[in-house]
Design a protein around this ligand. Sequence first.
Ligand SMILES: Cc1cc2nc3c(=O)[nH]c(=O)nc-3n(C[C@H](O)[C@H](O)[C@H](O)COP(=O)(O)O)c2cc1C
Length: 151
Amino acid sequence: MNWIPFALKAIDCGVDGLVVEGGEGGGFKNPSPVSTMVLLPLIRSRVDVPIIAAGGIADGLSMAGAFAMGAEGVQMGTRMLSCLESPVHNNWKQAVVAAKETDTVFLNQASRPALRALRTQRTEDLLPLCVVLRMPVPVDRSRRGRVKTSA
Ligand SMILES: Cc1cc2nc3c(=O)[nH]c(=O)nc-3n(C[C@H](O)[C@H](O)[C@H](O)COP(=O)(O)O)c2cc1C
């Protein structure tokens, strides 16, 4: 998979800018993830439109890194999920905040949608499987407090 043609095609179609998200990001992903640090400067070197960087950006340092690699803005998901205003249950927020750098898993890599999720007993059980993920399930679970981390 080569992402440059997709970026150029989007620009040909008239987009004002691009969200460039690496495989570090939480949620649905391409099954062949490329890290933000590789993807962002690559796309930056080929396009002139504004870029919003995403994937693994969670604080001022990582935001500054994205700016240094050519982004004009950043999009944060996991960090926002765990903020005070988020409707997600506090147990999930605490599990995200307590997570180590190895505490995510990349699910469904052999199919679509691939998904980066918090490492829990359930997501570890799903790791070897190719599963059809139904959106309402993770959303419902996120609002309840049952978190069985594998640690
Ligand atoms: C729990 C969760 C659910 C998400 N759901 C969606 C979604 O439905 N559609 C979408 O385009 N991106 C979704 N995202 C991706 C975010 O919009 C954002 O691009 C991503 O989280 C950025 O990476 P980060 O998690 O490292 O900050 C989701 C992210 C998380 C953490």
